[in-house]
Design a protein around this ligand. Sequence first.
Ligand SMILES: [Zn+2]
Length: 459
Amino acid sequence: MSQTIGFYGAAQTVTGSKHLLTLNGKKILVDCGIFQGNRELRDRNWQPFPFDPTELDAVVVTHAHMDHIGMIPKLVREGYQGPIYCTPATLGLSKISLPDSGRIQEEDARYANKKGSRHTPALPLYTEQDAYACLKRFVTMPYGELQPLPGGGTFKYLPAGHILGSAFAEIYFENGERILMGGDLGRFNTPIIKDPTTVEFAEYLVVESTYGDRLHAHEDTVGKLEEILNHAAGVGGAVLLPTFSIGRTQEVLFYLRQLQDQGRMPRMPIFVDSPMAISATRLYADAKEEHDQDMKIAVDNDASSLEPHLLSLIRDSEQSKALNKQVGPMIIIAGSGMANGGRIVHHLKNRLGNPATTVVFTGYQGEGTLGRRLIDGEPTVQIHHEEVQVRAHITKLNSLSAHADQEEIMTWLKNFKTPPKMTFIVHGETKAQEALQAKIHSDLGWKTTVPSQGQEFNL
Ligand SMILES: [Zn+2]
């Protein structure tokens, strides 16, 4: 009997998760994510896979974020023919986001060819067609159900509390030992979806460390939102919320409905201007098996927790443009969350010059993004090759995040009754990984390692 694990993504970096388990010679890939960020990272997506896709025996997906599923279309196009396991909600979200990603890849290639690319002709990493093709290989597995794996293994999914459908994959070897593939670790006491599962035993553990060196702000999110909305209603301005389609949009809708139900919010129209966010919201509302207690009570009382009053859903791009002419207090929720693409960019271009506008960021703003420049207080920004004066009020909800922070990771780890033989720390920048490793060492005394790209271990 032999078991090994190799790390081919999210190793000393945040994105590109690809963990290869070998059980008695059979190869099981856990996640197949895309590298995101700077050019060096993005270039890795163009290199050949460090394993032969035709030789893989199974793929196990933890959740539907692109840095965990974004390379599956390429994997299947290059010959992978086995099952791709995921939870039902992960399939639902993948059906929305993978074809969209293929479409963007094709658009980028077209744009590069028009501009004169460093590769001629520029090709898409994969196409929308490739994305639809790979979805046929997805096999859904509800939480808790045991599924045999090649090489004598079995596995089951446990709720991870990160986004809808997110899971830890608990994989048992033939010898009875197990590895817990942590995917991304969510947070406790957030609305809509269940909290992360408490885990007490695993011989081996793979844990993420995105916020391994940080603590989320303890801010009264709903109170701050209330203040912002009441101010906006007073000055008659629009509130723009650049928001990720999956997870964050639904959380914001939940809070808006809560404010309305408690009579803490002025009457103002709410627009969700994003086809992807609209589809994702429907999945969130329908996935009853994923709901936490608050959400269950609301649904049982026939209240639509994700549907505030005066909500309009905007799919059509002409309707989206028509919003430019709308005046008076209103809320516009659109992607992307970092304002580096998507319909929010048009709204920003149109409304940043107006001092009555409020822009509320709802998550981390990466370096080099329009969101980061606005948060940093730049007086003018370039949008679509035009200088735009920033007169709007720019603010941020600090405590929203789908990832556990250092304290929350530690709280979750402290549930283990016996230390894992080895804890692999992945999915983080070096600084975050080192901080979490030091914290685990000092508080728990566990054996940990921070694998480097391509490093393999016997289990
Ligand atoms: Zn994630």
